[in-house]
Design a binder for this molecule. Structure first.
Ligand code: ZN
Length: 379
C-alpha cells in the first residue's frame, strides 16, 4: 500500500526503518544516553579499571544496546500489526522507552490481543536470553552489559503486563473485555480505569517501598514515581477520550449528509445560478465545463460575501473552488475514513461522486461537524 510520508514530529531524528515504518529517536533520548553514561561510569570503572574517558563510551554503548532491545519490543508490535493488516506509522524511541503508532483500530479482540501481547513477550524473551548469557560469559564489561539487559528487559516485560492503558497489559485487558462483552468501547473504559488505578499505585510506590523494604524514599524516587504516574494517568485518559470520539464516528456517512446539488456552466451569472438552485431546492452548486464535466464547487462563504446587487454581473466560477485533488470524495465514505479525508485536504465543501464517477451531491464540512456534535449528546 502506498502511503504519503507522514510529517516527522518535532524534536526527532530518523535513524532508519523497519518493515516500511520509520524509526525515530526523540532528542530526549540523548539526554538519557548521557545520563546512563554518567551513572554507569563508576560501575564500569570498578569492572574494568583504567579505561579513563573511555568508560563513558562504554556507558553510551550500553544505552544504545538497551534501546536496541526497546526497539525489538516496538518492532514486534509493528510487525504483528502489519501482519494483521493494520497500517503502522512510525516507531519512536524516547526517554521513557518506545512507542509505535498504529493507525486504525483492530477489527477483532483477537487482533488487539496479539498486537499488544507480543511486546512484553519479546522483552521477556530478550531478558531471558541475556539472563542465560550471564551464566556463561567470563566477566568484565560484556557480563555487566548482559546483566543490565536482563534486568531491564525482564522489568519492562513484566511491568508492561500491568492491566491498565496505555500499557500493553491494558490493551490485553481491553481485548479481553471486548471479547467477553462484544463492546470495544467498554473494553477501553475498563482498561482506562485500570491505567488510572496503576497511576495512583505508581504515585504511592515510594511509600510502599518504605513499608516493605524499610528504605527511605529519596527525592529521585518521588520524582520517578510522579513521572510514571503522570504518564499513566494522561495515557489512560487520552485513550478513553479517543474511544469516546471513535464511538461517534460510525454515525458519519457522507451519503446521508450530502446536500442535493445543482450543476451550472462556470460562466453563468451568479444571480441566475442562485435562482436556479433555490428553484431546484438544491443545497450546493457545482460549476461545469461547457461539456458538463464538474470543475468547481461553489463556496457558501464566498457566495454569502458577494453583495446581491453584484451577483448578476459576475460568473458563478468566481465564487467556486476548483476541484483539485482531495476535493472530490466517494459518496460511500464513512466514519474515520471520512474524517481522515477531510483532514487531509481541509475545505468547506466537497464534491461527492458515485463509483462510476457520476455526481451524487455536495458535502459541506459544517454539516459533518454538526452531525458529529449531535452524536455527543446521544452518548
Ligand atoms: Zn509495548
Amino acid at each position: 500500500m502506498s502511503q504519503s510520508p507522514a510529517p516527522r514530529p518535532p524534536g526527532t531524528i530518523r535513524v532508519g526503518s523497519i518493515a516500511g515504518s520509520d524509526v525515530l529517536v526523540s532528542s530526549s533520548w540523548f539526554v538519557v544516553a548521557a545520563l546512563i553514561a554518567v551513572l554507569m561510569a563508576p560501575v564500569v570503572e570498578q569492572t574494568q579499571p583504567g579505561l579513563g574517558a573511555l568508560k563513558y563510551v562504554a556507558g553510551v554503548a550500553f544505552a544504545v544496546l538497551l534501546y536496541g532491545s526497546v526497539l525489538l519490543h516496538e518492532a514486534s508490535h509493528a510487525l504483528m500489526a502489519q501482519r494483521l493488516g493494520l497500517p503502522v506509522g512510525a516507531i519512536t524511541l524516547h526517554f521513557l522507552g518506545g512507542m509505535t503508532t498504529i493507525e486504525g483500530e483492530a477489527r477483532r479482540p483477537r487482533d488487539e490481543f496479539l498486537v499488544a501481547v507480543v511486546g512484553p513477550i519479546t522483552s521477556i524473551a530478550v531478558g531471558g536470553v541475556a539472563l542465560l548469557l550471564t551464566g556463561v560469559l567470563p566477566g568484565g564489561l560484556v557480563l555487566l552489559a548482559a546483566q543490565g539487559l536482563a534486568g531491564a528487559n525482564l522489568l519492562v516485560g513484566v511491568l508492561n503486563l500491568v492491566p491498565g492503558l496505555p500499557l500493553d497489559g491494558g490493551r490485553v485487558l481491553r481485548a479481553g473485555v471486548w471479547g467477553l462483552t462484544g463492546s470495544p468501547r467498554r473494553g477501553t473504559v475498563v482498561a482506562g480505569w485500570g491505567g488510572r488505578v496503576a497511576a495512583v499505585a505508581a504515585l504511592a510506590w515510594p511509600l510502599a517501598q518504605e513499608a516493605l523494604f524499610d528504605t527511605r524514599p529519596d527525592i529521585v524516587d518521588w520524582a520517578l514515581a510522579f513521572m510514571v504516574s503522570v504518564f499513566l494517568w494522561t495515557g489512560a485518559t487520552s485513550a478513553m477520550t479517543t474511544a469516546a470520539i471513535r464511538a461517534r464516528l460510525p454515525r458519519l456517512v457522507a451519503r446521508d449528509l450530502a446536500r442535493r446539488s445543482l450543476a451550472v456552466p462556470s460562466d453563468l451569472p451568479l444571480a441566475e445560478a442562485v435562482r436556479r438552485a433555490q428553484e431546484a431546492e438544491a443545497g450546493g452548486i457545482i460549476t461545469t465545463t461547457p461539456a458538463g464535466a464538474p470543475v468547481g464547487v461553489v463556496s457558501e462563504a464566498a457566495l454569502m460575501a458577494t453583495p446581491e446587487d453584484r451577483r448578476p454581473w459576475i460568473a458563478t466560477a468566481t465564487v467556486a473552488r476548483t476541484l483539485v485533488e482531495g476535493l472530490t470524495l466517494p459518496a460511500g465514505l464513512t466514519g474515520e475514513d471520512l474524517v481522515r479525508a477531510i483532514g487531509l485536504h481541509p475545505a468547506s465543501e466537497y464534491l461527492l461522486v458515485e463509483d462510476d464517477g457520476s455526481v451524487f451531491g455536495v458535502l459541506v464540512t459544517d454539516d459533518v461537524e454538526r452531525a458529529f456534535s449531535a452524536g455527543r449528546s446521544a452518548d
